[in-house]
Design a protein around this ligand. Structure first.
Ligand code: SF4
Length: 495
């Protein structure tokens, strides 16, 4: 039974961070190293703020956790210092709670009943509690490989080793299937490896989970592009089912702004992949911010990752541009009735470090030098309107003033347009939706018999928590396809 008045006794407190000047000089996570005992005591008081609501919006409904994480249950277990029980309940719904604890923007917190009123002191710090349970579980040895009770004799190929592919692979391996994950890159992890910067999640966090999957029996094949290095015919012959978890990495480009052809203008992922490869020891990054004025176009998560990466690479200045107006900072605003996520300002630790965010602005021209390199941008204030007839959004200048900003490196973080072109999809006879994603039926099965899809490849670029939820759900569908029925959980359904 939770403490219904805990939130009146304890103030919300987020994880302490390392000093700005320290953390921007290295690639380690931004959060401070805290003695585990001290961490556990602090987190227990945060968990004690949970009221164990009759209707816990944090883990149910359209706004809460897609995984259906049993948040009130593990909050109460942590409050009572039952860390083993908390880890068991957390892992009951989430294969990789340390990934979501570190990377998820926490829709659960936005949906928490305590987020309704500023007088409540704010939402329960669910993300902090989740991350601490996962950390404690690894430290205490609670996270052990889970071997399947028996082998089914059926085999599954999972294409892609990002969070959706890994979640599907782990569920299916634990269900007794013979699972092989094919990864086209030289290292495993997909976006977790080459998209997410180290300062958000260090790679050893990913590597220890991969070791767990290996010990459970999942096979991994790297530097192998399905559809090229292993053909569709081979996949069909060797495996009873195929899961596509190939992500949605086709970056949206800017085809209209004059000057786009200048050198020094890159898609965000070119920057992030190069930086992550440098951190992995692959040599100097080709797209590097050192000594440059950096402009990041796009106000979302990927833009923030470029922003923090540029700071750590030694940029002279970093400016992040968003064409939308600055959202309200809190829900205590008539424009943002609860629940409002994501319509409140989302800030990340990198925004406290250096640089500047600009809102309601758009680049009208990239200006280059005689060598064809970008040197400046021309900026105008804008508003985004929706055309009443077509419903399309238009970016409209709101004034005549044109501002110039220095820009030696411009990073386009303006979204993703779905799955990258790949022979695999063509050979499977799969066409893409208007959103560039792979469609499927209610059972996650694509138009190709025995071929399933999950994660960003199905949903479009989204949160890590959705990737894990879709991977788990698709695994159940595959298990049913192979065995006739399944005891695996399915937290979400195809959209
Ligand atoms: Fe606890 Fe908030 Fe969930 Fe209620 S909504 S059960 S207070 S975490």
């Amino acid at each position: 039974m939770a403490d219904p008045k805990g939130f009146l006794r304890y103030e919300r407190a987020d994880r302490p961070k390392r000093p700005r000047g320290e953390r921007t000089r290295d690639w380690r996570e931004v959060y401070a190293d805290v003695d585990p005992g001290e961490r556990d005591r602090a987190v227990a008081t945060q968990a004690a703020r949970c009221m164990d609501c009759g209707i816990p919006f944090c883990h149910s409904g359209s706004a809460g956790c897609p995984l259906g994480n049993l948040i009130p249950e593990w909050n109460d277990l942590v409050r009572r210092s039952d860390w083993f029980g908390a880890a068991e309940r957390l892992h009951a719904t989430n294969n990789f709670p340390e990934f979501t604890g570190k990377l998820c923007p926490a829709p659960c917190e936005a949906a928490c009943v305590l987020a309704i009123s500023p007088d409540s002191g704010g939402a329960v710090a669910i993300k902090r509690v989740e991350e601490a349970i996962a950390a404690h579980a690894w430290e205490a040895g609670f996270v052990a490989p889970q071997q399947a009770a028996s082998a089914t004799g059926r085999s599954v190929a999972v294409v892609g080793s990002g969070p959706a592919g890994l979640a599907a692979a782990q569920q299916l391996t634990r269900a007794g299937h013979d699972v092989t994950v094919f990864e086209r890159d030289d290292r495993l992890g997909g976006l977790l490896r080459y998209g997410i910067p180290e300062f958000k999640m260090e790679k050893q966090v990913l590597d220890r989970r991969l070791a767990q999957l290996r010990e459970e029996g999942t096979t991994f094949v790297t530097s192998c592009e399905a559809g090229v290095d292993v053909t569709v015919e081979e996949l069909r012959e060797r495996f009873d089912a195929v899961v596509l978890a190939v992500g949605a990495l086709r970056g949206r480009d800017d085809s209209v702004t004059p000057g786009r052809e200048l050198s020094g203008i890159h898609l965000a992922m070119e920057h992030l992949v190069a930086a992550n490869r440098e951190c992995e020891g692959d040599g100097p990054a080709e797209v590097h911010a050192e000594g440059k004025h950096v402009v990041v176009i796009g106000g979302g998560d990927t833009g923030a990752d470029c922003y923090g990466t540029a700071i750590r690479q030694g940029a002279v200045s970093v400016t992040q541009l968003d064409r939308y107006p600055r959202p309200p900072s809190t829900r205590d605003d008539e424009r943002s009735p609860w629940p409002t996520w994501p319509y409140v300002l989302r800030t990340y630790p990198v925004h406290e470090e250096a640089g500047e965010r600009r809102f309601a602005v758009a680049v009208q021209r990239f200006v280059g030098d005689d060598d064809g390199r970008v040197r400046e941008i021309e900026l105008r204030e804008v508003e985004v309107r929706r055309d009443p007839e077509t419903g399309r959004r238009e970016v409209v200048p709101t004034g005549e003033h044109v501002e110039r900003l220095p820009a030696d490196l411009v990073l386009l973080a303006i979204g993703f347009e779905g799955v990258e072109p790949m022979p695999l999809l063509d050979d499977l006879g799969l066409s893409l939706t208007k959103r560039g994603t792979v469609s499927c039926g209610a059972d996650w099965q694509t138009q190709a018999d025995g071929v399933f899809v999950c994660g960003d490849a199905h949903r479009g670029a989204s949160l890590v928590v959705w990737a894990v939820a879709e991977g788990r759900s698709a695994a159940k569908a595959v298990d049913e396809y192979l065995m006739g029925d399944s005891d695996l959980p399915a937290p979400v359904h195809p959209t």
